[in-house]
Design a protein around this ligand. Structure first.
Ligand code: DC
Length: 219
C-alpha cells in the first residue's frame, strides 16, 4: 500500500489539499482530526471536563469511533451515529486539541488509523502521522503557513457564512492551539525528520496542490 502523510498546524489547508489530491490520485483520504473531534464531541455532550483525565479515560471505553465513506467523503460514526455535521466548529476543535493530549485517547485512534492505512492507498492528514502513526509512509509532507495567513483564511470562511468574527481573536486562538499541539508530551506536532516542508503562505489552493504533486512524483 502507498501511504502519504500530511502533518501541520490548524488551518494550514491540510484537509482541502489532501481531499483534492486524494480525488486526483485515486487514493482514500483519511482526516484524523475528525476522529479527535468525534471523541471531543462525546466529552462535550457528556459534560466531561478536559482537565479530568480519570473521567476521560473512563469515557474512552464507552466510545466507539469508526469511519465510513459516502460518495468518497469520510463520515465519522460515533457509537453508531453519523456526527459529521456537528464537529466542524471552534468549540469542538478546541476541545479536541485539549483532550488529544491524553495517551488513552490517542492509542485508540492511532490503532484505527493504522488499520485503514494497511488496507488502502491513503493520504492521511493530522499532527503525528509522519512521526508516530505511519513512520514508514512513502511520502511525508509538513504543510504550514504563517498564523496571520491561517487566521485570514478562517476569517474569510466565517464571513462567507455570515458569522461575525474578529481577525485578531482568531489569530490568537490559532496561536494557542499551535502551542498546545506542539508542546504536549505525547506525539506533539513536529516536522518528521524526512518530511518535506511546504509553506503555503503565498500560494493559493491550486499552487499548493501542484507543489504537493511535484513532491509526490519526485518521491
Ligand atoms: O485537524 P483538526 O483541526 O481537525 O484537529 C483538531 C485537533 O485534534 C487538533 O488541534 C489536535 C488534535 N489532533 C491530533 O492530536 N492528532 C491528529 N493526528 C489530528 C488532530
Amino acid at each position: 500500500m502507498i501511504n502519504i502523510a500530511i502533518d501541520g498546524p490548524a488551518g494550514a489547508g491540510k484537509s482541502t489539499i489532501a481531499r483534492r489530491l486524494a480525488a486526483e490520485l485515486g487514493y482514500v483520504y483519511v482526516d484524523t482530526g475528525a476522529m479527535y473531534r468525534a471523541m471531543a464531541y462525546y466529552f462535550l455532550q457528556n459534560k466531561i471536563s478536559p482537565d479530568d483525565e480519570v473521567a476521560i479515560a473512563g469515557a474512552c471505553s464507552d466510545v466507539d469511533v469508526t469511519i465510513r465513506y459516502v460518495d468518497g467523503e469520510q463520515q465519522v460514526i460515533l457509537n453508531g451515529e453519523n456526527i459529521n455535521g456537528v464537529i466542524r466548529n471552534e468549540e469542538v476543535g478546541n476541545m479536541a486539541s485539549a483532550t488529544s493530549v491524553y495517551p488513552v485517547v490517542r492509542t485508540k485512534l492511532v490503532e484505527l488509523q493504522r488499520q485503514l492505512a494497511a488496507k488502502e492507498n491513503v493520504i492521511m492528514d493530522g499532527r503525528d502521522i509522519g512521526t508516530v502513526v505511519l513512520p514508514d509512509a512513502n511520502v511525508k509532507i509538513y504543510l504550514t503557513a504563517s498564523s496571520r495567513v491561517r487566521a485570514k483564511r478562517r476569517y474569510e470562511e466565517l464571513q462567507e457564512k455570515g458569522i461575525s468574527c474578529n481577525l485578531d481573536e482568531i489569530e490568537q486562538d490559532i496561536i494557542e492551539r499551535d502551542y498546545r499541539d506542539m508542546h504536549r508530551e505525547t506525539s506533539p506536532l513536529k516536522q518528521a525528520e524526512n518530511a518535506v516542508l511546504l509553506d503555503s503562505s503565498d500560494l493559493d489552493v491550486d499552487g499548493v496542490v501542484a507543489a504537493m504533486k511535484k513532491i509526490i512524483e519526485e518521491a
